[in-house]
Design a protein around this ligand. Structure first.
Ligand code: 0WD
Length: 274
């Protein structure tokens, strides 16, 4: 029981396909008490059964991270119900549609601001507001994607947001290190979730990653959950400011591997043909 006695909050469960659900489940199985937030009333209906499944039915709180008051109220509720917290998972991102389709140069200023606010600034704000109740070896985890490091088709504005998020992790890690608080990110391979449905040609991304990653597979929320649990546990007590890839190794590839087909002709595993 790697998380026995630990208490934490997970922001960003939309349903049981969410990466945050995978992390919550693994933490709970390892003995943690997990509290949840929901974005709005329609998602509340999805989050409540998940909280019940993980014996957290009394630990479900509203929190739209674009609303300062809701973040402040979250701290008050957690202090009342849990006292201290040992981990925080920020599994939240949002971009208006014009940030994920069409030409990059057409992205509007308003969309840019919204994506950066919800997907990046919210990490800083959540950490700052919850800091008074963080234990002195608290671990914070957020979720990133390789599109913040290299060009990925259609990831567009979210790529810029993830680049900013990854640097935010590093600056926060340094800032909070003296308080014993660790801040890390998992850069996960593509997974079919609600948020992923907004990305153009997502199926192509899934196929491409599966065929061209060293492990020749896509990752699951359980696998991301296990790595997340490690980063939230004392097993990673000397790890901070890290962007940890959980992507079947895809990020190490500079080009797709070339194989010989039955005619001795050089070929790649997948060229995007449907
Ligand atoms: O392939 C993927 N699915 C990957 C996702 C690969 C690598 C990284 N990620 C990241 C995402 O960018 C995000 O940061 O993982 C994180 C979680 O995403 P997810 O699990 O793929 O998607 P989902 O289940 O939709 O959870 C994201 C949730 C929102 O869901 P919807 O679909 O309703 O936008 O983020 C939450 C919301 O629950 N969210 C908010 N929460 C509070 N306040 C807000 C907000 N303003 N906006 C979105």
């Amino acid at each position: 029981m790697m998380m026995k006695g630990k208490k934490g909050i997970i922001l960003g469960v939309a349903n049981n396909k969410s990466i945050a659900y995978g992390i919550a489940k693994q933490c709970s199985e390892q003995g943690a008490t997990v509290a949840f937030t929901y974005l709005n009333d329609s998602l509340k209906k999805r989050v409540e059964p998940i909280a019940k499944e993980l014996s957290s039915e009394s630990l479900v709180y509203p929190c739209d991270v674009s609303n300062e008051e809701e973040i402040k109220n979250l701290m008050i509720s957690l202090k009342r119900d849990l006292g201290e917290i040992d981990f925080v998972v920020h599994s939240i991102a949002f971009s208006p549609k014009d940030g994920l389709t069409g030409r990059f140069s057409d992205i509007g200023k308003k969309s840019f601001g919204i994506a950066m606010d919800i997907s990046v600034y919210s990490l800083i704000e959540v950490v700052r507001e919850l800091k008074p109740i963080m234990s002195d070896n608290c671990s914070v985890l957020t979720l990133s994607y390789y599109g913040g490091v290299k060009y990925i088709p259609n990831y567009n504005l979210m790529g810029v947001a993830k680049a900013a998020l990854e640097m935010t992790v590093k600056y926060l890690a340094e800032d909070l290190g003296e308080d014993g608080i660790r801040v890390n990110a998992i850069s996960a391979g593509p997974i079919k979730t609600l948020a992923a449905a907004g990305i153009g040609e997502f199926k192509f991304m899934l196929n491409w990653n599966e065929k061209h990653s060293p492990l020749k597979k896509n990752v699951t929320t359980t696998q991301v959950g296990n790595s997340g649990m490690y980063l939230l546990s004392d097993l990673s007590g000397a790890v901070t400011g890290e962007i940890h890839y959980v992507d079947a190794g895809y990020n190490i590839m500079g080009m797709p591997a070339v194989k010989l087909d039955e005619n001795g002709k050089q070929t790649i595993a997948y060229n995007g043909e449907k």
